[in-house]
Ligand binder design. Sequence first.
Ligand SMILES: Cc1ncc(COP(=O)(O)O)c(C=O)c1O
Length: 312
Amino acid sequence: MTTYAYFQGQYVPEDQANINIKTHAFLYGTSVFEGIRGYWNEQTETVYLMRAREHFERMLQSAKILFMETSLTVEDMTETCAQLIQKSGIRGDVYLQPRFYKSGHVVPPRLDEVDTDYCCFVLPFGAYLDVNKGLKVCVSSWRRVSDNAIPPRGKIGGAYVNTGLAMAEAHINGVDDAIFLTEEGHVSEGSGMNLFLVKDGKLITPRTTDNILEGITRASLMELAQNELGMEVEARLVNRTELYLADEAFFTGTAAQVAPIASIDNRPIGTGKSGPITLQLQQIYMDAVKGKNTKYSHWLTPVKAQVASATK
Ligand SMILES: Cc1ncc(COP(=O)(O)O)c(C=O)c1O
């Protein structure tokens, strides 16, 4: 299967989507991006993109932080995703990574007066984290990047070195993933996921000002927990030891979906297995993203599978 990419204003086979080594984004990590999942429905032969609008709106916000200008609209970019799925002939779950990047061949790492371009690739995609077992997690010795350094509110390519350092440390130390603290020592988020705790029937998550990426799955989960389970949801400062004493804990993210946590720093969370509320929320989330709960079908953008190779 040839997968297609959108690159320099055209749809091209992915192996032709290559940048010059002097590209600013390659030199300095100056790109902003999104990860978008599409869920395949066999009956309707359709991929449903999960909250594409919110992802592109967030990408435009990230772009604003880095002085990136574009005439592309949310609709234009959603269309590139649809075309890539169709041209690539994918009939299954997908992951798309649209991106604005500083495309100029400019040596100083300034952000102003450097051209910006848009690109996107698509992949057939399955699990990112194992959502069936509880994850073993550590608190990272690395601190989360902060709003006054590399703003985590923007999904900035170069900031993923921070994510990579935490992931590598976790894997080398034999656990599945990591939780970041802020420089002040409060709980922030996972390496590439947001974090929730369940305590006394209440859902608790760090605030948007605790150097998290304002997750779209996080917002969806908060809405689902309130609407479907009548749960109280609190976004507040969270201390490290609250992690150890939570009844349940889980990560959320486009790639991670809803991933239960079994232990943190070798302390079992609750019973040390995926918690019952977490598993309920996981099911509710998967039903919503797969279009099984029509109350949330406004979150989904349908992309019909392409018949044969008509548009290639
Ligand atoms: C650092 C970080 N936090 C949180 C998330 C979760 O965000 P979302 O639910 O919008 O995918 C991601 C994933 O994109 C991430 O990279």
